[in-house]
Design a protein around this ligand. Structure first.
Ligand SMILES: Nc1ncnc2c1ncn2[C@@H]1O[C@H](COP(=O)(O)OP(=O)(O)OP(=O)(O)O)[C@@H](O)[C@H]1O
Length: 262
């Protein structure tokens, strides 16, 4: 895999989440009181059992889900309070990678990558999908860097899952994000492809000098690629530290019980 053709954005943005609560139903919090600060580049993995609120946390940050209370400060701006144009502007610096890729299936691979620029081009250009030449050149370079240089004109629905996720990552990088949020990016992939995707995400964090927040079920992969692990249980953070510090006792706190570890 060749180096991603990006200028690192210089300083790493600071994400400060304070007392975040999310209730889909009143009185039944899914996120109970989440506070965390992310101010260093690299992969941060969120682990925890099904239904503990990992996706909800990631979706609150980019406001696919509206928080019930608390603040989500990105470089001094509270994302939790933004609406309309201000929210759209903030969102374009948050690269999102999804479990099910969220590509536009009937568009070509290169068009999907260019979708990462939609927040930046005037509306008339996005309607006609006419992007500046510099964007097109960058999209091709990005595709090359994720190993899909020969697939630019293929329709997205002709790609394998791993190839689709590479396109999803290239699209996120195309946004020139300050932060990448990846919601179970490997859950639909085989073990080898999962490793390749985690490697690619780690490379994005390294080359751009930005944090990559990944929600992942595979603890071994989280430990292998993350510089920091956040363990959640029942809507609370119960571990926040380096992979080397994550002991069986922490895993028991996160997932409950111990029999499953044998
Ligand atoms: N849109 C929604 N409306 C109502 N409840 C929701 C909604 N989205 C999620 N939930 C509930 O919130 C809880 C947390 O879900 P979430 O998807 O955040 O958990 P998760 O830790 O990411 O789980 P998984 O690992 O299985 O994806 C679950 O009980 C889920 O049913």
């Amino acid at each position: 895999m060749s180096a991603l053709p990006n200028e690192a954005s210089g300083t790493c943005r600071t994400l400060i989440i304070r007392n975040l609560v999310k209730e889909y139903r009143a009185g039944q919090p899914v996120l109970r009181d989440i506070s965390l600060t992310i101010d260093e580049p690299g992969t941060v993995a969120i682990i925890g059992p099904s239904g503990t609120g990992k996706s909800t946390l990631i979706r609150c940050i980019n406001r696919l889900v509206d928080p019930t209370s608390g603040s989500i400060m990105l470089d001094g701006v509270d994302l939790a309070k933004l609406e309309g144009d201000a929210l759209r502007q903030a969102r374009r610096r948050l690269g999102m990678v999804f479990q099910e890729y969220n590509l536009v299936e009937r568009l070509t691979v290169i068009e999907n990558v260019l979708c990462g620029r939609l927040g930046y081009v005037p509306v008339w250009r996005s309607w006609t999908r006419r992007f500046p030449e510099a964007d097109i050149a960058r999209a091709f370079a990005l595709l090359e860097s994720v190993g899909l240089g020969d697939f630019a004109t293929r329709r997205a629905d002709q790609l394998s899952g791993g190839q689709r996720q590479r396109v999803g990552i290239a699209r996120a990088v195309m946004q020139e994000p300050d932060l990448v949020l990846a919601d179970e990016p490997t859950s639909s992939l085989d073990p080898k492809t999962s490793v390749e995707i985690m490697e690619l995400l780690a490379e994005v964090g390294r080359d751009r000098g930005i944090p990559v927040l990944v929600n992942i079920h595979n603890v071994a992969l989280a430990k292998r690629y993350a510089r920091r692990i956040i363990g959640m249980s029942k809507g609370l953070i119960v571990y926040d530290g380096p992979p080397a510090g994550l002991q069986d006792s922490h895993l028991a706190d996160i997932y409950g019980g111990e029999g499953w570890m044998e």
